[in-house]
Design a protein around this ligand. Structure first.
Ligand code: GLN
Length: 394
């Protein structure tokens, strides 16, 4: 077994066993606290360019199946674990964890004291690292250089239309089938029947698409750089700005167009999408000390006082004081650190959440966000959302 090392730009070196392919990619080292859901996590395009440390000590024990990929890519730059299980036990397992990452050319460093590593990340806040066989080969210069623009690497090149049944984004046929198979409990089939949603693709998770399809919507996945006019040609009834990797400010050239879209159609933003809506309307974003990545982030609904458990994966956050408070209202706040977790426009049908209502992995307590969005789109086109009853043309 080959020895491998995670070298941090701050000088710390973590030794482990190297599996998978060495990529040589420098990435921000981040950690996720979820106890399950590693398949969804490694296929979530939002992790593009990051070296991901799993806090849960044993990863891979239930394998990977044909259903739970969140995209066709394995965008993560590297994976660090305490222990990996290469002989999974689960009736649906069709792949091993390391096997998958190996095929995707992603290095896995295992046998690492991940608790110590997480403490180091928490101390330094943002820290870059590289997985290597030879720590002495890492030069000070390796930490410099421009950050790549990850969204263009993970977004669709052409619009893709999905209608009626499953997204089919999992080649093995896992996600296909009737609209009622995805398991979003509050989303009724037919609620969105007849509605057309443009899903602006900054690196969308399949579960977002599935939530819309489950409601009966037609969905067009749209390249991130599409202008207002190009989107208008698609004739959508509503817009969903997806999650995605990297610094939201990297999309600054497109913010003007995004603003126009939010003013023309009912809009929902999720994670990066939420940050982009805020930026487009004049707010600022900043980097969190060490990000929220996990399946148990409590978020307070400021209208009802209820606290929801949410799935999260973000390193940036909207700056409170920068918000245009005449037009925007803060809907949700993180209970742990008080940061902004959701916004609502006071007069336009715009809503956004920093957390992941589509879950996968993590709790689906907030899937009502999709329901509210679909109702909003529905009423804006003169239809009444029908909550499971047959959709009636107005
Ligand atoms: N999941 C996401 O959309 C992440 C958003 C953004 N890249 C961040 O880290 O804050």
């Amino acid at each position: 077994m080959a020895k491998g090392y995670l070298v941090l730009e701050t000088g710390e070196v973590f030794e482990g066993v190297l599996l998978g392919e060495l990529s040589g990619h420098v990435g921000e080292v981040v950690f996720n606290t979820s106890m399950t859901g590693y398949q969804e996590i490694i296929t979530d395009p939002s992790y593009a360019g990051q070296i991901l440390t799993f806090c849960y000590p044993l990863i891979g024990n239930y394998g990977l199946n044909a259903y739970d990929d969140e995209s066709l890519q394995t965008a993560v730059s590297g994976v660090v674990t305490g222990e990996v299980c290469e002989e999974p036990s689960h009736f649906q397992a069709s792949n091993g964890f390391v096997e998958r990452l190996e095929k995707a050319g992603v290095p896995v460093l295992t046998g690492v004291d991940t608790r110590a590593l997480v403490q180091v990340i928490r101390k330094h806040h943002t820290v870059k690292g590289v997985i290597t066989e030879d720590p002495s080969s890492v030069e000070a210069n390796d930490w410099k250089g421009a950050t790549p623009f990850f969204v263009s690497q993970v977004s669709t090149e052409e619009p893709v239309v999905y209608e009626g049944s499953g997204s089919g984004t999992v080649a093995a046929g896992g996600a296909g089938g009737s609209t009622a198979t995805f398991g979003f409990h509050s989303i009724h089939e037919n609620m969105g029947r007849g509605l057309h949603i443009a899903l602006m693709d900054f690196g969308y998770k399949k579960s977002i698409l599935d939530a819309l399809l489950e409601a009966g919507c037609k969905v067009t996945v749209v390249p991130y750089h599409y202008s207002f006019e190009q989107v208008k040609e698609l004739e959508p009834d509503g817009i969903l700005f997806s999650n995605g990797p990297g610094d939201p400010m990297a999309l600054q050239p497109w913010l003007k167009e995004m603003k126009k879209m939010t003013e023309a159609w009912p809009t929902l933003g999720i994670c990066l999408g939420h940050q982009l809506i805020a930026l487009a309307h004049g707010a600022r974003t900043k980097k969190l000390a060490f990000g929220h990545r996990g399946g148990n982030h409590p978020v307070k609904d400021l209208l009802t006082g209820k606290v929801w458990m949410t799935s999260q994966n973000h390193g940036y956050v909207v700056v409170d004081e920068s918000l245009d408070s005449e037009n925007f209202q803060i809907l949700f706040r993180n209970v742990n650190d008080g940061t902004v977790e959701g916004l609502k426009h006071k007069s336009l049908p715009i809503q956004s959440v920093q957390f992941h209502p589509e879950a996968h992995p993590g709790p689906s307590d907030t899937e009502f966000v999709f329901q509210q969005f679909i109702q909003q789109v529905s009423s804006s086109v003169g239809h009444v959302a029908s909550g499971g009853k047959e959709y009636a043309e107005a």
